[in-house]
Design a protein around this ligand. Structure first.
Ligand code: NA7
Length: 546
């Protein structure tokens, strides 16, 4: 189907959606079902979003497969079968391709096209959107599904161009296999991507040198194939699972402990943490109800993981270098397969680049203040310009030609209403935008809620002949304040991480995630809709409704 109209070289649509990942695919499905003409644009030449680009060795999701799904279609849920507890990148990409085929989404997706700018035309009450192919699209609704971590961060290290070997970023991995056999490989970065890639690359490379700036806590994933019985049970339990995840704190059925950590004795806590460690995954973070709120409580779990690092890593000096001291869980909690064990291998070495920083990349490798490391390949596992990076890459101009970047002072003053809209940017919606719960949980669940809320909102506007919806500045200020106050009750704001923008040189610091949990957030959004879109100004060209 292609219901776009071409007028004077301008494509006219009801809605433009950016991104063909989990967000964009579902948004397309819903809006098309609602009878809108809609087109999704994506720079990639296939669906998948971050899962299209993140093809690095070991890439895997840290949400359990049975929850890392769309839940809007029971038929879809029952038709797809996951192989293992934590889905690997090729499987997730296959899943999203399966979804695109099942719902015949591709005809309304324009691949290999990047949106360069979007400007709100106040006379026509429409968005004028331009692509990198100089196509202009006029759309009533402008919807971003650009993901929270999709703009790669390649640190500005002197000399990269002079490097004679090959280099890659984990978020822009080649489609063909990168052969590390017999190679001297260096990897910079030990976040989730580095922790997943390191054991896999170490298995293949002649030598792997890990350049670590901040040591990380990581907990074994204990990934394994699902049994047939588990799959049958998950499918049979679909309706109950869907109900639970949508009302939950983080988009899974995981229960949060019912008591503070210090209510238990040291021995009791060791048992609780030990059981969670043995079970694997993120269970350890939810054993008690105050691990992310109380410094003392957090220290108990942090110290437990530190003791595990020292148990696993044979060389005490390496174990010391690998030992973190920030509050566990305030940077994205990582789960792994044999991460710490990998440092017992004779072909792996660890370089502390906080102590001896990287000075430059030379033609032969990486030079730190301590010496030069000769390498054939450099892997940047250096993360992303999160939350706002992909939004700021486009020139989004709202009322009076003010750009989103200007309004948000380059991230220093990010203000949204519900993390989905921003005053001065009418008829624009952000799926999992800043100040929504987004990355603090199992993304597909919160994406579905956003997509459904946006669809309901657009349907409401159409039914009530409303041309323009726009967040009121006071409602937005209130929401941003609320998000900040909630965040300040946690330890998240006390640690530098990509959540706070601290990983990007020169980026303004600010914690931009709603920490109140998926369920309560979903309820709040539903109430606002029920009250006739409280906090928004709704205008029609004939009449002003509010
Ligand atoms: P992360 O979690 O942002 O990790 C990036 C890593 O790269 C981290 O260890 C950084 O150290 C390190 N880094 C970044 N810049 C440099 C420079 N200039 N020198 C040395 N080391 C550097 O990104 P990931 O891709 O691993 O994971 C992103 C998310 O994807 C993850 O949270 C999941 O949600 C999925 P630092 O800690 O900043 O000192």
């Amino acid at each position: 189907m292609d219901s776009a109209k071409m007028e004077n070289q301008t494509t006219t649509l009801d809605a433009v959606v950016i991104g063909a990942g989990f967000s964009g695919l579902y948004m397309l499905y819903r809006l098309r079902e609602a009878g809108l003409s809609v087109r999704v644009y994506d720079a990639a030449d296939g669906v998948g979003g971050v899962w299209y680009w993140n093809r690095y060795p070991g890439a895997r999701c840290d949400s359990e497969s049975i929850y890392y799904n769309y839940t809007f279609s029971e038929e879809l849920y029952k038709e797809w079968t996951w192989k293992s507890k934590y889905p690997e990148q090729p499987d997730i990409l296959r899943y999203l391709n399966f979804v695109a085929d099942k719902f015949d989404l591709r005809p309304d997706i324009q691949f290999k096209t990047r949106i360069k700018s979007a400007e709100f035309d106040e006379t026509a009450n429409r968005w004028q959107i331009r692509t990198d192919g100089d196509e202009t699209i006029s759309a009533k609704y402008f919807i971003t599904g650009v993901g929270c971590i999709s703009t790669a961060n390649i640190p500005n290290i002197k000399g990269l161009n002079s490097f004679k070997g090959k280099w890659y970023h984990t978020g822009h991995w080649p489609h063909e296999k990168v052969d590390f056999s017999g190679k001297r490989v260096g990897i910079i970065g030990t976040g989730s991507s580095g922790v997943q890639a390191i054991p896999v690359i170490a298995n293949e490379a002649a030598h792997l040198t890990v350049f670590q700036r901040t040591p990380q806590y990581s907990v074994p994933a204990r990934n394994r194939p699902y049994t047939e019985e588990e799959i049958l049970q998950a499918k049979a339990n679909f309706s109950e699972m869907k109900r639970q995840v949508r009302a939950s704190f983080g988009g899974t059925t995981a229960k949060i402990g019912d008591r503070p950590a210090l209510e238990d004795s040291f021995e009791e806590r060791q048992k609780v943490f030990g059981d969670a460690w043995d079970a694997g995954g993120h269970a350890i973070l939810t054993c008690y109800n105050d691990l992310l709120a109380s410094e003392e409580a957090n220290e108990t779990v942090s110290e437990f993981i530190r003791s595990k690092i020292h148990e696993i890593v044979e060389d005490p000096e390496t174990a010391n270098k690998l030992t973190p001291y920030y509050y566990y869980g305030t940077k994205r909690a990582i789960i792994d397969t044999d991460y710490y064990e990998t440092f017992n291998r004779s072909n792996v070495s660890l370089v502390d680049v906080k102590k001896a920083p990287i000075e430059e990349i030379t033609s032969k490798g990486i030079r730190t203040t301590d010496g030069e490391y000769e390498l054939d390949v450099i892997v940047f596992a250096t993360g992303y310009d999160g939350m706002t990076g992909s939004l700021f890459k486009m020139d989004i101009l709202g009322r009076d030609g003010v750009s989103l970047k200007e309004k948000w002072e380059n991230g220093a003053a990010t203000r949204t209403y519900l993390g989905m809209t921003s005053a001065g940017f009418p008829n624009m919606f952000m799926i999992t935008g800043p100040e929504s719960p987004s990355v603090l949980g199992n993304m597909p669940i919160t994406i579905e809620q956003h997509v459904e809320w946006i669809t309901d909102c657009i349907n409401y506007l159409r039914e009530h002949e409303v041309d323009v919806i726009e967040a009121k500045p006071d409602a937005e200020a209130e929401w941003s304040k609320h998000c900040g106050e909630l965040a300040d009750t946690t330890l998240y704001t006390k640690v530098e991480s990509w959540y706070t923008g601290a990983n990007i040189e020169g980026k303004a610091l600010g914690f931009q995630i709603y920490v109140g949990g998926y369920g309560p957030y979903h309820q709040k959004c539903a109430e606002i809709a029920k009250n006739g879109y409280e906090g928004f100004t709704l205008k029609s060209t004939q009449k002003s409704l509010l």
